[in-house]
Ligand binder design. Structure first.
Ligand code: NAP
Length: 256
């Protein structure tokens, strides 16, 4: 299948490592040009080298509308177009109901949600020209809950709502908007979390046992495959969808 992504310019938040890093790499393999907003300089440099220069890192931690506006401007100055965006940057920061504070909750929601809107908003004029696509990376916690992480889950749920809202609003422009929902993906972020347990290996083995397909974590590349497909012209009639790439973790029978 030809994804027809050659020379397409895709803006990705958090695209230097983890899930975003795998998306950037797969785009490079498809001949596309990832422009990734991510402060992780070493991983970013490796990706730009891998792309033989046909990739760009914007080394900032996106937080404000100005950050997103500047990223769009830099992308346009260098490549003159935007064919798609992937809203991906985020972290499960454990601000709960009982042990959190209103201030920490507001900060967690802002940090995990607002830049999804900012990037889509500022990239929209360009996406209208290219009939580009938007992919929002959410989380199964938006559907299942997790406990102890109200801010992150509120943001992840809102990302799913915005996926449908934007899909509806952008129909006249043929801009498609979809969400990809990972559950358990072994990334640097996940590794840090596992290492907070007294016996990380044991904890990892317990989680693997709960994942129906293959009793293993989802690989970042498996999230990337779905994302890159959704960005491509092979997905031209898919919009407003929430796509679970989770080895059956969220929906299959608990006895399996
Ligand atoms: P990761 O391993 O931490 O990679 C994310 C990358 O994004 C890192 O390089 C990080 O830099 C960067 N980043 C974080 N916040 C940023 C910001 N505001 N602006 C620009 N760059 C930023 O994370 P991941 O596990 O791949 O997670 C990616 C997405 O998948 C997140 O939205 C997460 O909620 C979602 N997700 C992940 C899992 C999972 O199991 N891993 C499950 C469900 C959903 P630093 O390292 O310097 O922070």
């Amino acid at each position: 299948m030809d994804l027809q992504l050659k020379d397409k310019v895709i803006l990705i938040s958090g695209g230097a490592k983890g899930i975003g890093g795998a998306i950037s790499k797969m785009l490079i393999d498809e001949g596309a040009i990832p422009v990734f907003i991510d402060p992780s300089e070493e991983e970013g440099r490796e990706l730009v080298d891998y792309a033989k220069g046909k990739a760009l890192q914007i080394p900032v931690r996106m937080f404000t509308p100005e950050d997103a506006q500047a990223a769009v401007k830099i992308c346009l100055e260098k490549y003159g177009r935007i064919d798609g965006i992937v809203n991906n940057a985020g972290a499960n920061d454990g601000v709960g109901l009982e042990h959190g504070t209103p201030e920490a909750f507001a900060k967690s929601v802002t940090k995990n949600l607002n830049h999804y809107y900012y990037l889509a908003h500022y990239a929209l004029p360009e996406l209208k020209k290219t009939q580009g696509a938007i992919v929002n990376i959410s989380s199964k916690t938006a559907i299942t809950g997790q406990g102890g992480t109200s801010g992150y889950v509120a943001a992840k749920g809102a990302q799913l709502a915005l996926t449908r809202e934007w899909a509806a609003e952008l129909l006249p422009y043929q801009i498609r908007v979809n969400a990809v929902i990972p559950a358990e993906v072994y990334t640097p972020l996940y590794k840090n979390w596992i290492n907070t347990f007294p016996d990380p290996e044991k904890k990892l083995a317990e989680i693997n046992q709960k994942i129906p397909l293959g009793r293993r974590m989802t690989q970042p590349e498996e999230i990337a495959s779905m994302t890159v497909f959704l960005l491509s012209k092979q997905a031209t009639h898919i919009t407003g969808q929430h796509l679970f790439v989770d080895g059956g973790y969220t929906h299959l029978d608990r006895t399996l």
